[in-house]
Design a protein around this ligand. Structure first.
Ligand code: GLU
Length: 464
């Protein structure tokens, strides 16, 4: 069996968003599912609009999501000599020809065709045919190269998403494959690359369906069979428009900064256009074990941040606490809060709070109280830290000063203090939360307090 080879071929013309990177995830998963090879190719021929910053976000985003490539990154701009070599061969073999039609002539042709209610297309003026006399070559005009598209018949392929597609060759005119300055055009480069890189499966956005028949014809002219194609439906944003930077889509790496886990984003994106039964939450390993091209969705996926947050929350719960501690430490560092890497309580704090959080940013919001001063709101202080409860708080502070710092002893001290003052648990627990944690609601107070430095708790209680 031939080895499966897939590729992701982004154009670095804007910052890559979640919709774009889904087109990396699927070919990656398909290659990994089949012991294949995944190739990264940067399509940077639009020099005006391409940027190194956009390339960096692609590389960083893929690395973050764990979409590792086996070959590349190849850059099309570094392959110009190769494209020119193939152009030369095609010209020599009569698969391409020089066309000297000027832009004005082309415009005039188009206008005549539109006026006659015909589809605008190149009319083959310069296409050599047996027995045909070509017009005299105009002086000082640099020709374009056109591909000699087959006449008659049709191009057919069995798209793994869209099913059988058939396009009549009459719909396709002779494509320009090199500009007057000799630089190759987009569809031609894609074919040469897919051929040279021995791509077996092209999995890409369905905005390329229209290019596919032209690409297939070039493959066949070069004596090769085209790869298998799977054209993925678009990803829509929450407003139902095509996801795009112009419509406010965020960079992939923004999700890292906002506290999403790579496993969760991979899980979410996988589900956005593919399914494995009703499974909503799965690991990267499960995705790789299950991924196939037979269960790709046919309708556009719609991005839903609420669902992404839910998926993230599920992965957060399942995440190893030491790993989470490292991620939360990074979030805290961004706020100028340094965490002692030797403090094993960080992992326990994550374990205690992760059930109530959707992101590591929210987890960092909770854990900050352990590491920097808290400022209870005036309202919470007035409502909960009343004169009636202050004596009980003092009793508790006195008892806590003398206990071994662990949950059981802390709980005991709290129980004794409420008993001594005839209070109910919340009447003491809530003011303790307000003073120590800066908020009125937390998980069980003994478990929360245990993970503080004893001295910090005493200091915060002594404010009363
Ligand atoms: N560079 C193209 C894009 O970013 C992808 C081309 C392809 O996958 O064939 O849309």
């Amino acid at each position: 069996m031939t080895q499966i080879r897939t590729r992701f071929a982004p154009s670095p013309t804007g910052f890559i968003h979640l919709g774009n990177i889904r087109s990396a995830l699927y070919p990656w998963a398909f290659a990994r599912a089949n012991n294949g090879v995944f190739i990264l190719r940067i399509e940077d021929t639009d020099v005006e609009r391409s940027s190194q910053a956009a390339v960096d976000v692609i590389l960083e985003g893929m690395q973050w999501l764990g979409l590792d490539h086996d070959e590349g990154p190849y850059f099309q701009m570094q392959r110009m000599e190769r494209y020119k070599e193939v152009l030369g061969q095609m010209l020599e073999q009569g698969l391409a020809y020089k066309c000297y039609m000027s832009a004005e002539e082309l415009n005039a042709l188009r206008e005549r065709q539109i006026a006659a209610k015909e589809k605008p297309r190149y009319d083959g003026t310069w296409r050599p045919e047996p027995g045909k006399t070509l017009p005299p070559v105009p002086e000082g005009v640099q020709p374009v190269l056109r591909f000699r598209n087959p006449v008659g018949g049709s191009v057919v392929w069995d798209d793994k998403v869209k099913g059988r597609i058939e396009i009549s060759n009459d719909e396709l005119d002779d494509l320009v494959i090199a500009r007057p300055d000799g630089t190759p055009t987009y569809n031609f480069c894609v074919v040469v690359d897919d051929l040279d890189m021995a791509i077996t499966h092209v999995i890409r956005g369905d905005d390329h369906v229209n290019n596919t028949p032209r690409q297939i014809n070039i493959f066949r002219a070069l004596g090769k069979e085209p790869p298998v194609y799977a054209h993925l439906p678009t990803v829509l944003n929450e407003q139902g428009e095509k996801m795009s930077k112009r419509h406010g889509a965020k960079k992939v790496t923004d999700y890292r900064d906002e506290g999403f886990l790579p496993e969760a984003v991979v899980n979410y994106l996988a589900r956005l256009g593919w399914s494995h039964g009703d499974d909503e939450i799965f690991t990267r390993e499960q995705l790789v074990a299950w991924f196939d091209l037979d269960h790709l969705g046919k309708s556009p996926g719609q991005f839903d941040e609420t669902k992404l947050r839910w998926v993230n929350a599920q992965h957060l719960k399942a995440c190893d606490d030491t790993v989470l501690a490292g991620l939360v430490a990074e979030q805290l560092a961004k706020r100028g809060i340094e965490v002692d890497p030797a403090d094993e309580r960080m992992a326990r704090r994550c374990a205690l709070f992760k059930d109530r959080c959707a992101t590591t940013v929210e987890l960092a919001d909770w854990l900050a109280m352990y590491l920097q001063d808290v400022t209870p709101s005036a309202e919470d202080l007035a409502t909960h830290v009343t004169d009636a409860v202050k004596p009980a708080l003092q009793t508790l502070a006195g008892k806590l000063a003398g206990v071994a710092w662990e949950k059981g002893a802390i709980q005991q001290a709290i129980k004794e203090s409420i008993a001594a003052h005839g209070l109910k648990m919340p009447q003491l627990a809530i003011p303790v939360r307000v003073l120590v944690c800066g908020r009125a609601q937390t998980p069980s107070i003994d478990a929360v307090l245990e993970l503080f430095n004893q001295k910090i708790v005493l200091d915060r209680l002594h404010i009363v």
